[in-house]
Design a protein around this ligand. Structure first.
Ligand code: ZN
Ligand code: MN
Length: 500
């Protein structure tokens, strides 16, 4: 029996996302701390000084609710904050203001492309901690703390332990990031720590466990294997890699008869491995208690209606619409809608082409050109499609002119490259080529005759049976016509002329 048939993989994810607000969660300090002088965005509240009173940030709560609506959660009509106690230098109050029993959002889900559903247990509002950095100088080790990050709004998305594979976990994380970006909830830049993923993983024998009310329970006298948590994951691909690594490691340990100790591990991106950090014999005791300084906040139906208006068409819906209405392939639809900017670009190009072509053909042409040419040229020049200065009218003109046979695909790509890399206006050039094509079409035969006369060697080779020489001659004619002639026409005329 293979290991895959013997074991189930059970994964839950906790994702922290910093939300896009101007000020911090409970004070007026600015949030944009990236590359700012340490400890300049601070006040008595986010430094945790005694007696300072927290005042909740309304916009932060709205963004938390927005995430909940976008992921089909129930939204609580009353918001309660709690204190989660633990001692660490990056937490100056000695507790984090978070939510315990009642989270603002609960019982949601995100659908994955393979049809699996990832259930979200809760999304709660909390505050970020400070940033500590560890240094060593002359053999002395010390830690510095920057409180600029302390108190930045944070939402925590907790899934049920219902994710079945590393790739599903990766897709879930990437969908969370997509939704956050589409709706302006967060930039979710993982390199800047704006989004952090922590998977918990266990491996159990098939048929020996069940999931009940979001909890994993053993069947009969089966003893559940402990789960491990992985911290420090700094990219979406590392979510998948770290889980794959752990599943393999855990399966081997179990196969070797070893007992899994409940533990926290760190992801070492350089080595591509997880490393033991600490064992957890009992659940952490955070001594949660209601936050006495913040009264209960009511969420009215009017609030929900207002916040719901910020929901725009999300990638999943876009994919469905592109496929259903326009016949775009699933893969192309997914790539095109992967960012809001790409989707907007595609839709504008479709609209532009639709002035000449029908709706569906416009979408297919737009999708083919973006997927086949534009993205790769843009990538090669290090630009995002949305950052390119290429005028949509120009791009549409290029596509339509190619369809009319004004020039070859190579020529079209060459023009596009110039346009993208040098921010060049190509409409003049396309129009010039169009005119040239028209004047050439009459005398294509003359051009062919000219090329035959000035390339005796190739002509001789061809006549001596070297068929490949025709390609060389076609190339010469194409050069003369600046790529505006149809290579098949040129070949046919050449063959005719060479028979003479
Ligand atoms: Zn502050
Ligand atoms: Mn948290």
């Amino acid at each position: 029996m293979s290991e895959n048939e013997k074991y189930d993989v059970i994964i839950g994810l906790e994702i922290h996302v910093q939300t896009n607000t101007k000020s911090k969660m409970f004070c007026k300090c600015p949030t944009g701390y990236f590359q700012k002088e340490p400890n300049t965005h601070v006040c008595p509240v986010c430094l945790g000084l005694p007696g300072a009173l927290p005042i909740p940030n309304k916009r932060a709560i709205e963004l938390c609710i927005l995430m909940g609506i976008a992921t089909h959660c129930n939204i609580d009509n009353e918001i309660y904050f709690d204190r989660k106690h633990y001692f660490y230098p990056d937490l100056p109050k000695g507790y984090q203001i978070s939510q315990y029993k009642r989270a603002i959002c609960s019982n949601g889900y995100i659908d994955l492309s393979n049809g699996n559903k990832v259930e979200i247990e809760r999304i709660h509002q909390e505050e970020d901690v400070a940033k500590s950095t560890h240094h060593s100088e002359n053999g002395k080790e010390y830690t510095l703390i920057d409180y600029n990050k302390s108190g930045v709004p944070l939402i925590e998305i907790v899934t049920k332990p219902c994710i079945k594979s590393a790739s599903d976990a990766k897709e879930f994380a990437s969908k969370v990031r997509q939704i956050a970006r589409y709706l302006g909830i967060s930039d979710a830049d993982m390199e800047k720590g704006q989004m952090r993923c922590e998977p918990n993983i266990s491996v159990q024998e098939k048929g020996k466990w069940e999931l009940k009310d979001g909890k994993i329970l053993p069947i009969g006298d089966y003893k559940l294997n402990s789960k491990v948590e992985v911290k420090n994951i700094g990219s979406i691909s590392a979510v998948e890699k770290s889980i794959e690594y752990e599943v393999k490691r855990l399966t081997e340990e179990i196969e070797n008869g070893k007992e899994i100790i409940q533990q926290t591990r760190g992801w070492n991106a350089e080595k591509g491995i997880t490393e033991f950090q600490r064992s957890k014999e009992t659940a952490d005791d955070y001594r949660y208690m209601p936050e006495p300084d913040i009264p209960v906040i009511e969420v009215s139906n009017e609030d929900l209606e207002r916040i719901s208006k910020e929901i725009i068409e999300l990638p999943d819906e876009k994919v469905k619409r592109y496929m259903r209405n326009w016949g775009v392939s699933k893969y192309a639809a997914e790539v095109i809608s992967s960012t809001k900017e790409n989707a907007r670009y595609f839709e504008s190009l479709q609209e532009e082409l639709n002035k000449t072509l029908d709706e569906k053909e416009s979408a297919i042409e737009a999708s083919n050109w973006l997927m086949g040419t534009v993205y790769s040229i843009a990538n090669a020049s290090g630009k995002d499609v949305s950052e390119m200065n290429i005028d949509l009218g120009d791009l549409a003109l290029l596509i339509l002119s190619f369809k009319e046979g004004v020039f070859t695909k190579n020529k079209a790509e060459e023009l596009l490259k110039e346009c993208i890399e040098m921010d060049k206006d190509i409409s003049d050039e396309i129009n010039k080529l169009k005119e040239e094509k028209e004047s050439n079409s009459g005398n294509l035969v003359d051009i062919v005759k000219g090329v035959i006369n000035s390339n005796e060697k190739a002509v001789e080779d061809y006549k001596n049976g070297k068929d490949a020489s025709i390609g060389f001659l076609v190339g010469k004619v194409m050069q003369e016509t600046k790529g505006t002639a149809n290579p098949n026409d040129v070949r046919n005329i050449l063959v005719e002329e060479l028979k003479k």
